[in-house]
Design a protein around this ligand. Structure first.
Ligand SMILES: C[S@@+](CC[C@H](N)C(=O)[O-])C[C@H]1O[C@@H](n2cnc3c(N)ncnc32)[C@H](O)[C@@H]1O
Length: 207
């Protein structure tokens, strides 16, 4: 199976309970969105949008004149995101496509891009390449995800691996999960979160 197929299978199992399990990470999600410094009228890309948990705060930040572009490859996660858009009556304010990061074509340029807990996308060279080529130079980029603790903490990293395993096709690739995105950015800055088991970072798409 390819990493995409593995990921789709994993999310088939967890999709129904995803929103309930993501409740505790909502403050982190909001912190990453804050790093984007969104302004009214901005167009923002939600990479691997899942069930659309970030849509409401993103739309609140970009206002009526702004727009959210989103894609997601898991049919079960995408269905929930579509249902959310219908339920909230967001209409054209959200462009949502059930597509992989490796193949998605964005309908318009974006001013900012959010990579919130999309480990398999940040580890896929084809996905990063496809997205970065479509994100306009100067666009603000923010990323958050899990990482390994420093090597000398040893067995603690079993915990990080176990937490990643139900979701990600690459659960052991956690030493520097940002390192395919950082080279595309100017002013890349990164901080540790969750006592070292997470990271949050920002930069601007290099001109
Ligand atoms: C942990 S969830 C995060 C979802 C959302 N960003 C959030 O903050 O709740 C990771 C999502 O990335 C999606 N994903 C993984 N690999 C992908 C790929 N190559 N292309 C598109 N989506 C992908 C998964 O289906 C899943 O919905």
């Amino acid at each position: 199976m390819t990493p995409n197929q593995i990921s789709i299978e994993r999310y088939r199992r967890v999709a129904a309970g995803y929103d309930a399990s993501a409740h505790f990470t909502m403050p982190l999600r909001l912190r990453t969105i804050g790093l984007l410094a969104l302004a009214p009228g901005d167009v923002v890309l939600d990479v691997g949008a899942g069930t659309g948990l970030s849509f409401a705060p993103l739309l609140a930040a970009v206002g009526e004149r702004g727009r959210v572009l989103a894609f997601e490859q898991s049919p079960e996660m995408c269905e929930q995101a579509e249902a959310r858009v219908r339920r909230e009556g967001w209409g054209d304010r959200v462009w949502l496509q059930c597509s992989s990061a490796e193949e998605v074509r964005l309908p318009q340029p974006c001013d900012a891009a959010l990579f919130n807990y999309v480990h398999d996308i940040s580890r896929s060279p084809q996905a990063v390449d496809n997205l970065m080529r479509q994100i306009k130079p100067g666009a603000r980029i923010a990323i958050a995800g899990m990482k390994f603790f420093p090597w000398w903490t040893g067995p603690l990293n079993l915990l990080a691996w176990l937490k990643n395993r139900p979701y990600n096709a690459n659960p052991a690739d956690l030493w520097s999960p940002w390192d395919r995105i950082a080279p595309w950015c100017d002013g890349f800055e990164r901080w540790s979160t969750q006592w070292g088991m997470g990271y949050i970072a920002r930069g601007r798409r290099r001109a």
